[in-house]
Design a protein around this ligand. Sequence first.
Ligand code: I3P
Length: 106
Amino acid sequence: MEGMLCRKHEMESHSKKAATRSWQNVYCVLRKGSLGFYKDGKSASNGIPYHGEVPISLGDAVCEVANGYKKRKFVFKLRLGDGKEFLFQAKDEAEMSAWISSIISS
Ligand code: I3P
């Protein structure tokens, strides 16, 4: 699965907040066990990552609706095994659910 999402890096580790905390539009590409970020679909096709970011490994990841986050709608949370945490905003409920199920089963 792939597509545009708005992303916020929330936690750098279990106890450390992320330094760059603004919401950014990123083109997300889910492959088996990993999630890569690109500026747009064209960059994704060309394999040019967003700000040189290495795809994140979803090994011990937990993905769920971010019920505690009230500032935006259709936001889900992705927490990695190392404590890194990201929020993602989808365009609607259906898109959010599709991403969550795909990430969980990837
Ligand atoms: C952040 C930006 C985010 C905001 C975050 C700010 O500032 O305004 O939108 O998160 O608040 O630090 P900057 O753009 O200067 O990095 P929210 O949208 O969730 O409020 P936070 O640090 O309280 O998470």
